[in-house]
Design a protein around this ligand. Structure first.
Ligand code: HEC
Length: 194
């Protein structure tokens, strides 16, 4: 009887689950070519220490302080010292060689454009990608200012942001194991020998 109960239970689950599956439809125009403008909206990555891909615009520490108070403080706390949803985003510089290391944009990021990329892409967490580029530059300037890396009257743009000197610039090692260098094969590929 137990297995029959189980089967009945499964059948009921499937019955109720079926409408949920049916609602998952492929996006409209799935499989059709995508317009350049739509690709551009997705193509927002910033490629490394030289800041390639940083958009036009600029922002000041002072403007960032205001925006932070409106859109970030609820989760990150006053002066980014830690809030309801996340710990400190300031301090910790030099703590990597101790057991009590504190990971913040100032102490951890090896290059400065990471903060811009992350904030533009993912924050504020309840409304990601709602910030203008000027707002993201301002917030980046403000958070780096709180970390002692940008002066109080500082302005950041695509040219100056990559020049912010990051204390942990040399704190990461390059992963040079051979399997990190696999070359991509798209056609007539050799068999995989595992
Ligand atoms: C609704 C809550 C919420 C709001 C509002 C919010 N954040 Fe966050 N933020 C988070 C959480 C949670 C994380 C951690 C996410 C994770 O680790 O996946 C985070 C992570 C971050 C990080 C990464 C820190 C690191 O360790 O590298 C940055 C930078 C950041 N937020 C900036 C901002 C800025 C700037 C704003 C305002 C525009 C903002 N956040 C608004 C919740 C929030």
């Amino acid at each position: 009887m137990r297995s029959r109960d189980l089967i009945c239970g499964l059948a009921a689950t499937m019955l109720f689950a079926a409408p949920a599956f049916a609602q998952v439809k492929p996006p409209k125009h799935y499989g059709s070519p995508i317009a350049e403008a739509d690709v551009a909206a997705l193509d927002i990555d910033i490629r490394g220490p030289d800041g390639k891909g940083l958009p036009p615009g600029q922002g000041t520490v002072a403007a960032g302080e205001k925006i932070f108070a409106e859109k970030c403080v609820a989760c990150h706390g006053e002066k980014a010292k830690g809030g309801s949803q996340f710990g400190a985003m300031v301090g910790g510089i030099g703590s990597f060689t101790t057991n009590a290391r504190v990971l913040t944009p100032g102490s951890m990021y090896p290059y400065s454009s990471i903060l811009f990329d992350y904030t533009r892409r993912a924050m504020p967490m309840d409304s990601p990608q709602s910030l203008t580029n000027d707002e993201v530059y301002s917030l980046t300037a403000y958070i780096y200012h709180l970390n002692g890396l940008v002066p109080a009257d500082g302005t950041l743009d695509a040219a100056s942001l990559p020049k912010v000197a990051m204390p942990n610039k040399d704190g990461f090692i390059v992963d040079d194991r051979p399997d990190t260098k696999a070359t991509r094969c798209m056609k007539d590929c050799p068999p995989i020998n595992n």
